[in-house]
Design a protein around this ligand. Structure first.
Ligand code: NAD
Length: 329
């Protein structure tokens, strides 16, 4: 029987791991710890390894895995920048990831938050907290009246376009890569129009040198004062101070943020008030800003796919076959 070790396993993953082990007749050991020089020894005697983390792997880990006869590293997540691909190759380790475990999970969270903003529910919650039952001043609109601008129509942006389109909204998008299969749901245009025309601007690009700080003071000035920003992608795409200024100056109407720069320090953590940075506090206090803890991915479908798609690739490699999602340099 093949033996696989999984690091950094979350409680919510365990039922899917147990089901996979039973269905595929494989022994799977789960540990809560990350893969570090201290924990790599636990992989001795196993055939395959499956991990998830963001902190870079220590360089000593690659030759150690090789010395154990391990032939792969599977990252059961989209990002694999914490793996040194050169060192992996030098040590005969095939790297795989899970590039799209459930684009709908993130797209649906973005849509949900956008609808909350459009219906001004943050303001209503605020009033209800004060037992203020009046609705005056909080007129909303209906979704088919809106234009939605998508920056980055890949897996998640594409799913987002389908959702808004199904509700009757007009969808425009900017992406250097055009996907013919998305044409029924959106029309491609340039960044300028995607900032200027929409009532909702939703960003779904990767974070890299080109996209970092893409949504800055200049971009917010182009947006309509009635427009909402949805960022379910990466905190670094948005300049937080510029966003705060744009909200305070009524250059845009509100924002929903599932990711914020420096969010790593709060990963799955009960934070203390004194730990919270000033910019978070300012945003959190605004009824037209919705913050969630990078939880857009967190659905049953996504958790099952994260486990199954990662383990499928471990098994394929152990069987000497080509994995479904090899990471190509
Ligand atoms: P993807 O690679 O499928 O799509 C990204 C798209 O952005 C591509 O089509 C690409 O061509 C386009 N793009 C790149 N640079 C661009 C630019 N300068 N302007 C316009 N478009 C550009 O990625 P994805 O799986 O859809 O992920 C999108 C984002 O969502 C990523 O930032 C990812 O890290 C994030 N994400 C967030 C969560 C969460 O829980 N909040 C979960 C998974 C992924």
């Amino acid at each position: 029987m093949k033996k696989i070790i999984m690091y950094a396993v979350l409680d919510v993953e365990q039922p899917f791991i147990d089901a996979y082990a039973k269905a595929h007749n494989v022994e799977i050991k789960s540990v809560a710890e990350r893969l570090t020089p201290e924990t790599v020894g636990w992989a001795k005697g196993f055939d395959g390894i499956d991990i998830q983390q963001t902190i870079p792997l220590d360089p000593s880990i690659y030759p150690t895995l090789k010395s154990f006869g391990i032939k792969q590293i599977t990252a059961r997540m989209v990002g694999f920048d914490f793996i040194d691909l050169k060192l992996a190759k030098e040590n005969g380790l095939i790297v795989t990831n899970v590039p799209a475990y459930s684009p709908r999970a993130i797209a649906e969270m973005g849509l949900t938050q956008a609808l909350r903003l459009v219906r001004k529910l943050g303001y209503y919650d605020d009033r209800m907290d004060r037992l203020d039952f009046r609705w005056s001043g909080l007129e909303s609109t209906e979704i088919y009246n809106l234009t939605v601008g998508i920056i980055g129509a890949g897996h998640i942006g594409g799913a987002t376009a389908q959702l808004y389109s199904a509700l009757g909204a007009k969808v425009i998008a900017v992406d250097p890569v055009h996907h013919a299969e998305l044409e029924p749901y959106l029309s491609y245009t340039d960044l300028d129009r995607v900032l200027k025309e929409p009532d909702i601007v939703t960003i779904h690009t990767p974070l890299n040198n080109e996209t970092s700080a893409m949504l800055n003071a200049e971009a917010f000035k182009k947006m309509k004062p009635s427009a909402y920003l949805i960022n379910m992608a990466r905190g670094g795409l948005v300049v937080t101070d510029d966003l705060i200024a744009a909200l305070q100056n009524h250059e845009i109407a509100g924002a929903a943020l599932d990711t914020l720069a420096d969010e790593g320090q709060f990963f799955e953590k009960q934070a203390q008030p004194e730990e919270i940075p000033e910019d978070y506090k300012i945003l959190r206090a605004m009824p037209n800003v919705l913050i969630s803890p990078h939880s857009a991915f967190y659905t049953d479908t996504a958790m099952r796919n994260i486990v199954e798609m990662g383990l499928d690739d471990v098994m394929l490699i152990l069987d000497g076959k080509r994995p479904n999602y090899p990471v190509v340099e």
